[in-house]
Design a protein around this ligand. Sequence first.
Ligand code: SF4
Length: 456
Amino acid sequence: MEMTMSSEPRVGFVSLGCPKALVDSEQILTRLRAEGYGIAPTYAAADLVVVNTCGFIDAAVAESLDAIGEALAENGKVIVTGCLGAKGNVVRDLHSSVLAVTGPHACEEVMAAIHTHLPRPHDPFLDLVPPQGIKLTPRHYAYLKIAEGCNHRCTFCIIPQLRGDLVSRPVGEVLQEAENLVRAGVHELLIVSQDTSAYGVDVRYRTGFWNGRPLKTHLTPLAAALGELGAWVRLHYVYPYPHVDDLIPLMAEGRLLPYLDVPLQHASPRILKAMKRPANADDALARVRRWRQICPELTLRSTFIVGFPGETEAEFEQLLEFLAAAELDRVGCFTYSPVEGAAANALPDPVPEEIKQDRQARLMALQAGISARRLQGKVGQVLKVLVDAHDEEGGAIARSSADAPEIDGAVFIENGGALPVGEFAEVRIVDADEHDLYAELSRRKGKRRDRPLAPE
Ligand code: SF4
């Protein structure tokens, strides 16, 4: 039952940043509703505004600072949280009138600041909050954060400085949240954390409990248990530690989506060492081949950085050779960007901007051919898809097991306008390009749409 009281204090919420920040926003929103606060859709309707910021790259810092400025101008009462809040005085230097600044995953601190500046209502009507919390993503999929922080010290990254070392959420709590989400109609769980394979390392894989059943705080039993819930389970940010091999049979058995997002970043051993990455490229290639033998339908996604300081043409070509051999399905490529505070900024021989851009374009061109070939191989297959939306031409936009929301391609179903959003369907693939698939419900030939391949 939804109730609103005109006297309820109302909080406006601006959520910027990555899926992990989104999870923080959802937790704060859930708490606000639990305590009887209203959520205002506009600055004018809000008594106070919370801005959840991102501070990962310079463009995100600028976007966050702009958002804070806008909230101050439009409303005046602003509380800042998120990654930018952890970066010293950046926020207060520019916007001295903000009421409070906290770092990321600081739900308690944000709530305390809200209580100070906008006292909580006397009569919290707790039953307004559905047990699954408030999701900012469409109801049929949800991000599930299993840990916070990271124990690595990759030289291009400041996440450990911003978010600290790895802290795993208790396995029972994660599974309870997942169960609530599935019960509330979520059909796809997207498992995220900075380093998903490291789940449980910080608590020495201690045994927790879910519905009275003992379970280790470890990715393999967690993934297996999530797979029992009946929803799609998609794993993100999975570093290729040895135990990742144990997940592949679960994918082959259909208990987890046959999808792995493995951030490899490079293939040159020297660059990987300079990046302080734990991985080794030869090993990565052998693993990829073995995984595909066990689970041929596996979709592999990875991201790479080109133009890392000191990257030579030969080292870049090593990366291209790796990509040509590995034939990954989905690849994102970033040019190296010196994030303030990152150790790699001190490395010699920065790569000129135009060479970085050129390498990114060459990598994406190579990958476009690989992706197109792999997608072409799906033409004629019948695939299970999850319908995300309808388009304006009477069709539906869906995703298969190979497509994570927002970052991968989609399946366009020309005659799918009657398919309910948020539900599964079976479609026949009739065409493909470098990024997307085109499908139909019947045997009619699908119409192909133009969509440029953008670097992800
Ligand atoms: S890039 Fe490296 S240091 Fe940064 S979050 Fe990922 S594993 Fe951790």
